[in-house]
Design a protein around this ligand. Structure first.
Ligand SMILES: Nc1ncnc2c1ncn2[C@@H]1O[C@H](COP(=O)(O)OP(=O)(O)OP(=O)(O)O)[C@@H](O)[C@H]1O
Length: 630
């Protein structure tokens, strides 16, 4: 992580520098090439004077013309080389910036990442990185080269005529003063414009996601007004920046033009007084024209640098995104507690039902009474300063069977899943995998044992096959079709034009199908522990049956933990844990809990009302029994 700096400007510059530093040799070469081009530009007026002097004195024109030609060719060739080199370098820098950001997103802790609007993160990767590119490459070279060319031109002018150079220096000083005054405001306006663009990205993403709700509520115009509000403030700030840029450019151009007129007037007078030759005046004027270039280069690149700094500031914020610990440091060495876990690797690896079944009976340590995972006195929350979401939780996830979590909304059921998956760290207490603390085992190892079916069950970008083989890249078509059979999707998928290779998007499948695909993905990995957050809605009878059967089948040789929203799921569970306000209120089987827990009775009553017909539909269909495991 980048060192924190109290001065934001210093932080932004250090970030820019961190992107430019690996390319220092290329940057220096670019600069040298730029200086060579500038030198050839600086030499041209002198060569022109030689041509004029040769004309006036009747000398040979060959050498001065040859020199002019060489300068032209060398200047052009070197300029081209520098352009290509700097352009490629700029693209490498933008690529690295994007790669860095993407890596940070993928390795970030889940909840800090989810707190940031997705659209804004997208804007940073796509738009801010482009602004950063200019600042970290082109504008740095442009500013140095522009300064060198400016100084070189003034020196050459001073060599030619000291009096005339004073007028030029005065013009340059005015331009510099105006630039210095206006530049910070240009930077501020650009920063505000980019921030508005980020907000636009964030809100647009949210609106597109909720487009059905927006349309159903008839609030398109209201949302449109909000969105265009962001676009408008981005435009207004950019216009503010453009006005100031235009001012810098006008003063710069006007200043040099004025200097040229003064040079012409004073120069003509000095020529008439015999204090200066015509050829020197011409050469001096040519330098004055050359001067236009560094002045415009400098103002252009200084504004680009300001935009880049603004972008760097926003990209820098991502540096603070909390990261998950790297897997290497989390692992334990051979011979210690990690061995117990390592031996379970075979369990985690994707294989056949038979192999998992055999390990399930013998591979898991018997002295842990079949607990594969455990929460020991865990207190955890999303905001360290706020109320914990779960308190003092003791929960054993058995090595085999079906554990159901039930409880009112906000009781902490999903939080238990987040803890098991390592999305959330306990504030106190400990989580263990086969008796070994998570911190020692490492998150990748923990997650290898788990498959998680989210309630929202988002599909991942790609085809149906990509989605199904997400956890098990080696799955054969036969295994895939077997699993599709189990979840009653085989015929539907095979009827699609491209079958398993049909691209899948959130909108192309129903909610129920999406959950079944997510379940199939998990089943295909044959995990030690299947975490299933049952959908509260969108579930038809077919899906209900499919899930019910899959859970039963999986629980026979491994573990299923469900956040249960179906009566059939609850009744089927080997153990039911009733949660309330972040604590375990009761636990037991369905019959036991019915006898002892008032809360459970009321929950069951609610489930019964919600799903009156479920018990009947949840009965396995005859053909299901024929379907084998993977
Ligand atoms: N991402 C989050 N940020 C902050 N607080 C959260 C977050 N997720 C959950 N909470 C809070 O933690 C508590 C437990 O929530 P949790 O989602 O675990 O409950 P739940 O039992 O799964 O509820 P539901 O059945 O409605 O999904 C609630 O008070 C909730 O407001």
């Amino acid at each position: 992580m980048m060192p924190q700096s109290s001065a934001p400007e210093a932080g932004r510059i250090s970030l820019l520098w961190s992107y430019a530093r690996p390319h220092l040799p290329a940057l220096i070469l670019s600069l040298v090439l730029a200086l060579v081009t500038s030198a050839s530009q600086l030499a041209s007026p002198l060569a022109t004077r030689s041509v004029l002097d040769a004309l006036a004195g009747g000398g040979s024109l060959l050498n001065p013309v040859l020199i002019l030609l060489v300068l032209l060719v060398v200047g052009g060739a070197v300029g081209w080389w520098q352009w290509v080199m700097l352009g490629s370098l700029a693209e490498r820098i933008v690529y690295e910036a994007r790669q860095g950001m993407l890596t940070r997103f993928m390795r970030a802790r889940v909840f800090p990442l989810l707190r940031r609007p997705a659209g804004e993160l997208v804007t940073r990767v796509t738009s801010d990185s482009v602004l950063l590119r200019e600042a970290a490459s082109t504008s740095v070279v442009g500013i140095i080269n522009g300064t060198a060319l400016l100084i070189g031109t003034l020196v050459m002018m001073a060599v030619l005529d000291l009096v005339l150079v004073l007028a030029t220096v005065a013009a340059v000083a005015v331009v510099a003063a105006v630039t210095i005054v206006l530049m910070p405001e240009i930077g501020r306006a650009q920063r505000r414009s980019q921030a508005a663009l980020g907000s636009l990205g964030a809100e647009l993403e949210g609106n597109l996601r909720a487009i059905k709700t927006v349309k159903a509520a008839g609030s398109e115009q209201r949302q449109l007004d909000r969105l265009t509000g962001h676009a408008r403030s981005s435009r207004d700030e950019s216009v503010r920046a453009v006005r100031r840029e235009a001012m810098v450019w006008t003063v710069a151009g006007g200043g040099i033009q004025a200097a040229i007129i003064v040079i012409l007037g004073v120069g003509a007078w000095r020529v008439s007084e015999g204090e200066m030759t015509v050829s020197t005046l011409v050469a001096f004027l040519l330098y004055a024209f050359v001067l236009l270039e560094p002045v415009s280069t400098l103002s252009e690149n200084l504004t680009a640098f300001q935009s880049g700094l603004a972008a760097a500031g926003r990209i820098r914020e991502l540096e603070q995104l909390e990261q998950e610990p790297p897997s290497e440091t989390a692992r334990t060495g051979p011979g210690d507690a990690g061995d117990a876990v390592a031996s379970g690797d075979a369990v985690a690896s994707v294989g056949s039902v038979a192999s998992v079944g055999s390990v399930g009976s013998g591979g898991l340590p018997v002295d842990r009474a079949g607990a594969v995972m455990e929460l020991r006195s865990v207190t955890a929350g999303y905001d360290p300063a706020g109320e914990p979401a779960v308190r003092d939780l003791d929960l054993r996830i058995p090595a085999r069977g079906h554990l159901a979590l039930v409880g009112p909304s906000g009781a902490g059921k999903t939080t238990v899943f987040s803890l098991l998956l390592g999305f959330l760290n306990p504030q106190s207490g400990q989580l263990t995998l086969q008796g070994v603390p998570y911190a020692e085992v490492g998150l990748p190892e923990v997650r290898r044992r788990l498959a998680y079916v989210e309630q929202e069950t988002p599909v991942v970008p790609g085809t149906i096959r990509d989605n199904l083989t997400f956890l098990n890249a080696d799955a054969t078509d036969e295994q895939i079709l077997d699993v599709l059979d189990q979840i009653r999707l085989r015929e539907t998928v095979l009827a699609l034009p491209d079958g398993l290779d049909t691209p899948l998007s959130d909108s192309s499948v129903s909610g129920g199908q999406r959950q079944r695909i997510a379940l199939a993905r998990a089943l295909l990995a044959d995990p030690e522990v299947l975490l299933l957050d049952e959908a509260t809605a969108q579930v038809d009878g077919l899906t209900e049956n499919a899930i019910h059967d899959a859970v039963r089948r999986h629980a026979a040789h491994a573990t299923v933990v469900t956040i249960a929203h179906r009566l059939s799921t609850v009744i089927d569970a080997d153990e039911i844990v009733v949660m309330e306000a972040g604590r375990i209120a009761a636990r037991g089987t369905h019959q036991e809990l019915l006898a002892v827990s008032e809360l459970y009775r009321s929950l069951v009553q609610a489930l019964r009302i919600n799903t009156e017909t479920e018990l009947e539909t949840a009965e396995p269909e005859p053909d299901v029994e024929r379907v084998g495991g993977l």
